[in-house]
Design a protein around this ligand. Structure first.
Ligand code: GRF
Length: 216
């Protein structure tokens, strides 16, 4: 069966991109990455993609007057590459409805919180300040509102009393690298449907146990 053709948009480090590349290296994985685009020249993730033999492009937002022409350049590159699904992986530009709407339910994002809690930046510091006992990460379909859209997969991690934003971020990032390839696989297997802005996944099983923090 043909593999789903994915493109990944990055701005920086690219560790989620790396996790996706690693998943796609397995010929049995039902998706492949056909293009990686960075909006920042020299983004570290570009080298990771090139190392894996994946075509890359840099589309520098600063070269465009406003969001619309930048987004139109992105859209053109994605369509020229035959992308069927687009994954934002640490892509640090807000995308407007003009870009997002035509990719409806084919545009994914990963965010390092249990959405809809803590959208936006500095999520880990805000989670610690709020005293939540669980943090986590979310893969969701993108809507034009920031960090909003139907949730596909989440992972929860316990918050520890001595956590800093950095230690918490590191614990969450480990789970990000699990759930982004998982979400892509479920979609590529044709098991994910959006119904009234909630996602249904064919044959998905929830974990049996609850977690309590602190331990009873
Ligand atoms: C991740 O924490 C992701 O959830 C957020 O930006 C960070 C990107 O990290 N959207 P990386 O570039 O994938 O390493």
């Amino acid at each position: 069966m043909a593999r789903l053709k994915a493109a990944v948009l990055i701005s920086g480090r690219g560790s989620n991109l790396e996790a996706l590349i690693t998943a796609c290296i397995d010929p049995a994985f039902p998706a492949e990455i056909g293009l990686v685009i960075a909006n920042r020249p020299g983004a570290a993730g570009l080298a990771r993609a090139e190392g894996a033999g994946i075509p890359t492009q840099t589309i520098d937002h600063r070269a465009y007057e406003g969001r619309a022409p930048f987004e139109s350049a992105l859209d053109g590159a994605l369509r020229a590459a035959g992308a069927e699904i687009v994954l934002l992986a640490g892509f640090m530009r807000i995308l407007t409805a003009g870009f997002v709407d035509p990719w409806r339910d084919r545009l994914l994002n990963i965010h390092p919180s249990l959405l809809p809690s803590f959208p936006g930046l500095d999520t880990h510091a805000r989670a610690l300040a709020a005293g939540v006992r669980f943090a986590g990460c979310t893969v969701h379909f993108v809507r034009a509102d920031l960090d909003a859209g139907p949730i596909i997969v989440q992972a929860a991690v316990p918050v520890r009393a001595d956590d800093t934003p950095e230690t918490l971020a590191a614990r969450v990032l480990i789970e990000e690298h699990i759930i982004y390839p998982l979400a892509l696989r479920l979609i590529a297997e044709g098991r994910v449907q959006v119904r009234e802005e909630a996602v249904e996944i064919d044959g998905a099983a929830a974990p049996a146990e609850a977690m309590v923090n602190p331990k009873p």
